[in-house]
Write a protein that binds this ligand. Structure first.
Ligand code: HEC
Length: 168
């Protein structure tokens, strides 16, 4: 039967992956990260939910799955992993609490470099709703995300995925 063949193919593949996984301790199934992730321990799903619940409203009611889906809009230009590369836009790990325009190795526009604030949920919300209006002259070619609920979910997702510590 065809299904049997597929199942055994998957089993062989799983066996190969198990045999050669370098950072074998991080077993987040299915997330195919080609470059080995840096050492920082990823949060477990339970820890993510705990952090989510501890966020101030409305982010505590954010939907991480929806946020992840919405992050597809950003992924072509931004990485969020610890020590991840800059590409068209800067790596966003640790962005909460970070002074705008200060991530090492990225050439910002004067608009962002001179913004003079630390990123928090409110600033990010305003930025993502209308990047051009919020910091005129910036170089992020993104039209903005008009749907407030999507911004809420995205910001909750970013808090949980970029190393945010409560209180930052
Ligand atoms: C087409 C590429 C592109 C897309 C898509 C994009 N960005 Fe950006 N982003 C940039 C660039 C370029 C900058 C730097 C802008 C500047 O210096 O003027 C930036 C800057 C930022 C900053 C400021 C970072 C800092 O260190 O101060 C944040 C936060 C950010 N983007 C978040 C996002 C999020 C979240 C999304 C998805 C909704 C997104 N961006 C989509 C290219 C992009």
């Amino acid at each position: 039967m065809r299904s049997t063949v597929i199942v055994s193919g998957v089993a062989i593949l799983a066996g190969l992956l198990a045999a050669c996984g370098p950072g074998g301790s991080d077993s987040t199934a299915g997330s195919a990260t080609p470059a080995a992730a840096p050492a920082a321990p990823a949060l477990t799903d339970a820890e993510k939910q705990e952090l989510l619940a501890s966020l101030p409203a409305p982010y505590n009611t954010g939907n991480l799955e929806n946020g992840k889906t919405t992050f597809a809009l950003c992924r072509s230009c931004h990485t969020i992993t610890p020590g991840g590369p800059n590409s068209t836009g800067p790596n966003l790990h640790g962005v909460f609490g970070r002074t705008a325009g200060t991530h090492a190795g990225f050439k910002y526009s004067d608009a962002v470099k001179n913004a003079g604030f630390n990123w928090d949920a409110e600033k990010l919300d305003a930025w993502l709703a209308d990047p051009k209006g919020f910091l005129p002259g910036n170089r992020m070619t993104f039209v903005g995300l008009k749907d407030a609920e999507k911004r809420r979910d995205l910001i909750a997702y970013l808090k949980v995925e970029t190393g945010y510590k409560p209180g930052e």
